[in-house]
Design a protein around this ligand. Structure first.
Ligand SMILES: Nc1ncnc2c1ncn2[C@@H]1O[C@H](COP(=O)(O)OP(=O)(O)OP(=O)(O)O)[C@@H](O)[C@H]1O
Ligand SMILES: [Mg+2]
Length: 417
């Protein structure tokens, strides 16, 4: 039995070792792995840090024209999107479950070499809400299950991610506890009652709000215009039009897999360049898409966002030579203005959890924040404001993985379909 926190950004695995629940080391560089999958036209598969390295090399060597590789990020968000069914990969249509299974099969091999004798069974974390519609939610959980089975896992059961994080706290806090799990893809909140050795979790709520959205917000406000967004077209018939948003939107979408749409848009851009007032920006966009640079831009933005958690400003520098060279300095007040609606959404979710639990803010004794995005100061300030003096940072990146097996053993897993 092992626990898998299959996160939007990071995958963390645990097992029961000599000293209780322990992290499984999946790579010499880190215990967990970035949730990244690289596939090339020869069907070589790399995951985690190795995928990132392979992408770096392939992107450097790629010429113009169709790139012979793909890098998939945020696979979990794609799998929980009922609108994403399959993708064309080097000329063949492949179902998404199968693509996710390639990632999971490579993960399974890494686990097998790190945990000899493992029986192939896994307790997997899932967001509280895959869909607000219960029937769709069940279907989506089946997609996750299918991907694990295709990957050779012998059995899979699920635990809500914030419930696992709450169980990990047993023994360290007592009373009415709120867990705020803010990761790359989702924000999940649980209201839990902890005693010295026990726990009940009466309420869990969640929604699609995570670090990816913050990165996309930043890109929409500060990056898109460098690639022709808002630019004008003068058509041969004399019309004055705006560059279509679906075209420039390609530089602000990191969480959706780059599917057929990108190929269609790549074909469209040369026609738009003829009519564009500012041709260089669209040439930059075309080159950006041809060279498959989405992940490069994502990394630069994500790093800048992370710097803004500790510094007063951050520089986003990115270029697609010779067409686009951008240097955007983003200050904390600017960033906070951009993400203000997200902070409000988070507040609404916290209040919804309290209402469902029948608790007032004053009754909550401890608020534990986990997940990488829970470090963004605007969200810390939100929680400090609601629960003054009662907020603590938990085990930010490992708390969920560490709680999965104990949560399942305590009967706190998601009941089977
Ligand atoms: N210091 C920081 N400040 C702001 N954001 C951060 C910081 N460190 C990490 N992040 C963000 O945290 C996110 C990853 O967090 P985490 O590993 O908890 O997510 P995940 O578990 O993979 O996703 P999910 O649980 O939503 O599926 C990324 O979006 C990353 O940009
Ligand atoms: Mg997570």
């Amino acid at each position: 039995m092992i626990g898998i926190d299959f996160g939007t950004s990071n995958t963390v695995v645990t097992h029961r070792g000599l000293h209780g629940i322990e992290l499984v080391r999946l790579d010499p560089l880190s215990e967990g792995l970035p949730t990244l999958l690289y596939v090339d036209h020869k069907h070589q598969i790399r995951i985690g840090h190795e995928a990132r390295r392979a992408y770096g090399e392939a992107a450097r060597n790629a010429g113009a024209g169709r790139a012979p590789f793909r890098l998939f990020q945020a696979l979990k968000l794609a799998l929980k999107d009922p609108g994403i069914v399959s993708t064309n990969l080097f000329g063949t249509q492949v179902r998404l479950e199968k693509i996710v299974a390639w990632y999971l099969a490579a993960l399974r091999e890494k686990i097998q070499s790190a945990v000899p004798g493992w029986d192939g069974a896994a307790i997997v974390g899932r967001p509280v809400e895959l869909s607000p519609d219960a029937a769709v939610d069940r279907q989506l959980q089946s997609r996750f299950e299918e991907a694990f089975h295709l990957a050779g896992f012998t059995s899979v059961s699920f635990v809500f991610e914030p419930v696992a994080a709450a169980v990990e706290l047993v023994g360290s806090v007592e009373g009415k506890v709120l867990v705020f799990d803010f990761g790359g893809g989702t924000l999940d909140v649980s209201a839990a009652e902890l005693t010295q050795g026990g726990i009940t979790v009466p309420v869990s709520v969640g929604r699609d709000l995570g670090g990816y959205l913050l990165d996309e917000d930043l890109a929409r406000l500060r990056i898109q215009s460098h690639f022709g967004h808002g630019g004008r077209l003068k058509t041969l018939a004399g019309q004055n039009l705006e560059v279509p948003h679906e075209v420039t939107g390609q530089v602000v979408r990191f969480k959706v897999l780059p599917f057929e749409e990108i190929r269609r848009i790549k074909r469209l851009i040369p026609e738009l360049i003829v009519e564009a007032v500012d041709k260089e920006k669209l040439r930059g966009l075309l080159s950006f898409l041809e060279k498959n640079l989405t992940y490069d831009l994502y990394q630069v933005l994500d790093e800048a966002k992370i710097r803004l958690s500790t510094e007063s400003s951050a520089l986003v520098a990115f270029s697609v030579p010779p067409h686009v060279e951008l240097r955007e300095k983003v200050t904390v007040p600017e960033f906070e203005a951009i993400i203000a609606p997200r902070v409000e959404e988070a507040q609404n979710l916290v209040l919804q959890a309290l209402e469902k639990a029948g608790w007032t803010t004053d009754q909550v004794e401890h608020v534990i924040r986990v997940g990488g995005s829970s470090q963004v100061p605007a969200f810390v300030a939100l929680l400090e404001g609601l629960f003054p003096g009662r907020l603590t940072a938990g085990n930010l990146f490992d708390g969920i993985a560490l709680g999965l097996i104990p949560a399942s053993e305590r009967g706190l897993g998601v009941s089977s379909l």
